[in-house]
Design a protein around this ligand. Structure first.
Ligand SMILES: NC(=O)c1ccc[n+]([C@@H]2O[C@H](COP(=O)([O-])OP(=O)(O)OC[C@H]3O[C@@H](n4cnc5c(N)ncnc54)[C@H](O)[C@@H]3O)[C@@H](O)[C@H]2O)c1
Ligand SMILES: C[C@@H](O)[C@H](N)C(=O)O
Ligand SMILES: [Zn+2]
Ligand SMILES: [Zn+2]
Length: 350
């Protein structure tokens, strides 16, 4: 009989998830089985938990949730050549086809046939998980598992912050949720100054400060454009990084960006956004980047090096650590209430 393991599973098409016992999976061809050492909650997991419209259209329960992970390879499936038992890996979550037009142009991050584990198939909120070998990223043995698991969202932040020059440049970050906080850490490590953060939640403004933001403001109490103009002597910021997905923040950020400046957009908007394109983008000659996923594998090299450099201030961002999955409901509810930075599970209690 197969060995059993605990897993956080989306069992029904409804709010929430269940902690269930399932068989430890066997790796198939091209796959490895990992012992999960650390796994963190992403906003996408929260959407699946909440069962929002997007989740309803995409997720097919029953399915194990989770995709941000660090683990040790314990079994190698047939045909896997580059990995062996004992390897310490993280995983790129986008499983790309390598055949479409984008893939054949080395733009794997925009593969038109992308599948995501924990979204389109079983994920990693379990003590053991399957990872396609082509998605494995080997970690240095001395990297902390919680940092190694954070590399995937850090990749989103790195692609946003480093989409253009940043050292010594005035920077506005809108939204200090988990992704924005990682963005602040990357911007500071890369030498941005001053880093101005607009975030309504007091809890997250405090975290932003701890991570290294030079100025924080509440956009519901102060006008971010006025604050930016006063800090930059009326010039506006060189770099605007949008991490909130709030239409108002987008408009404020564009107004606060200096003509000729750079804008990188990661936040996903809940609806179509109406903007004065002529005056906010075209006549200002802004350089605008849409950011999605991570570049394979360039971004992973950058993320790993940044962590190893010791220059990324990640500890204040990891606000909650849980041994085992028993308190998973508390973890999701705290995150839902905006009372967390990154939440990390260490599935093995021993
Ligand atoms: N493009 C991608 O590949 C990709 C990948 C991951 C996440 N995302 C998106 O990035 C965004 C950030 O992710 P997250 O997990 O940190 O989300 P989150 O919802 O936890 O954080 C968003 C933050 O924005 C703040 N906010 C709300 N209104 C604001 C306003 N008017 N001005 C400034 N801040 C405001 C919120 O208080 C919150 O702290 C989300 O929209 C998410 O969907 C995109
Ligand atoms: C799946 C999504 O949540 C993931 N973080 C990405 O980069 O695409
Ligand atoms: Zn994610
Ligand atoms: Zn493809």
């Amino acid at each position: 009989m197969a060995e059993k393991m605990p897993a956080i599973m989306k069992t029904k098409p409804a709010y929430g998830a269940e902690l269930v016992e399932v068989d430890v999976p066997k790796p198939g061809p091209g796959e490895v089985l990992i012992r999960v050492l650390a796994t963190s909650i992403c906003g996408t997991d929260l959407h699946i938990y909440e069962w929002n419209e997007w989740a309803q259209s995409r997720i097919k329960p029953p399915q194990i949730m989770g995709h941000e992970v660090a683990g040790e390879v314990v079994e190698v499936g047939p045909g896997v050549e580059d990995l062996q038992e004992g390897d310490y890996i993280s995983a790129e979550t986008h499983i790309v086809c390598r055949k479409c037009y984008a893939c054949r142009h080395n733009r794997y991050h925009v593969c038109q046939n992308t599948k995501i584990f924990g979204v389109d198939m079983d994920g990693v909120f379990a003590t053991y998980a399957i990872v396609p070998a082509q998605n494995a990223w080997k970690n240095p043995k001395d990297m902390k598992p919680e940092y190694a698991a954070l590399q995937e969202p850090l990749g989103n932040a790195v692609d946003t912050v480093l989409a253009g020059p940043i050292a010594g440049r005035s920077t506005l970050i809108t939204g200090a949720g988990p992704l924005g906080l990682l963005g602040i850490a990357v911007a500071k490590a890369a030498g941005a100054y001053p880093v101005i953060v607009s975030e309504p939640s007091e809890f997250r403004r405090k975290l932003a400060k701890k991570v290294g933001a030079d100025y924080v403001l509440n956009p519901f109490e102060e006008d971010p454009v006025e604050v930016v103009m006063s800090i930059t002597d009326g010039a506006g910021v060189e770099v605007f990084l949008e991490f909130s997905g709030a239409p108002k923040a987008l408009e404020q950020g564009l107004k606060a960006t200096t003509p000729g400046g750079r804008v990188s957009l990661l936040g996903l908007f809940p609806r179509d956004v109406t903007l004065d394109f002529n005056n906010l983008i075209i006549f200002k000659a802004l350089e605008v980047h849409g950011i999605t996923g991570r570049h394979l594998w360039e971004t992973w090299y950058t993320v790993s090096s940044l962590i190893q450099s010791g220059k990324l201030n990640l500890d204040p961002i990891i606000t909650h650590k849980y041994k085992g999955f028993d308190k998973y409901e508390e973890a999701f509810e705290l995150m839902r209430a905006g009372k967390t930075g990154k939440v990390v599970f260490f599935p093995h209690k021993g």
